[in-house]
Design a protein around this ligand. Sequence first.
Ligand code: F6R
Length: 362
Amino acid sequence: QKGGYEHFMLKEISEQPKALKDTISPRIDESGNIKLDEFPTNFDNVNKIYIIACGTAYHAGLVGKNLIEKYAKIPVSVDIASEFRYNNPFIDKNTFMIIISQSGETADTLAALRLGRKKGAKILSICNVVGSSIPRESDYCVYTWAGPEIAVASTKAYTTQVAVLAMISLYIGKLRKTISDDEYTKVLNEIKSFPQKAESVLKMESEIESISSYIVNQKDVFYIGRSIDYYVAMEGSLKLKEISYIHSEAIAAGELKHGTLALVEDGVPVIALATQNRLFDKTLSNIKEVKARGGYVIAIAKKGNKEIEKEADVVLYIPEIIDELTAPLSGILLQLLAYYAAKKKGCDIDKPRNLAKSVTVE
Ligand code: F6R
């Protein structure tokens, strides 16, 4: 069933162009607009959105917040399900909750959904398993059509969750008239380019494999980035630690000098995401800070951004895409990096120790 791949994880990483296409295409109508039959058609009374999830799905949710606030202009809070429940969320009948879960069975996520429902929120879920508990208990569900995900580490669920969130942000923006027709069309065209650009990232496999050699024998790896790059850094770091057992941390690049920079010394690998054009100079100066302490910088930038080569030790380029939509592309790149680091260490990639695919205990 691994279709000739050594691990399910690599198979699932490679399936992403198709998973993205299957998730996006059926939701575009003949006139080129997004159609989400499974979505409410009126957002007039919604004054707040909570996005709730765990792990990788939470990281997709962070990207979703950025997109919804930009295009739909509604305040969004993103919470980890196991925290949300024990704090004091402001939920009432004008609250809209987006619950993200690949399996649809995560105990904490389901409990957060039930809490929201009890307090009168409308609930939309983004799930990958048809008929699982979370969609069954939601008012609406937009499925990611990624197909079964067998490896414990989530890959194609993440990129398709981001694709759905991007479509939702445009859809709500159009309903609320907070996005111009031109921008809507421009962003939607970029979303449609995900499958083909994901394919280009997959072609970098051998380059990424060789760069992974540098991190295999390291004790700590740091990931830095700003805004969407930071959210992708969190996902890249989680992927690396869970399958390779190398300690890693994601730091908002601007936070480095508020503490973590103390850990950067000769040879410490820092994976620096610098794909956001508007923040490029700022992240570049963080890269210089790392270099000045002897860190080894593996940078990720958009194609054509050659300036970074002067500062970083190595650079991996993702295809050109608007800043808001880089996550699936840099995400795939970091999935491959984690995969090859774990493979070189000889880890049990599809079944990392102590972890389960579906976390049904709180
Ligand atoms: C990491 C990973 C986990 C899951 C998390 C939520 O690679 O797979 O962090 O994302 O356990 O699971 P779901 O999405 O099924 O609710």
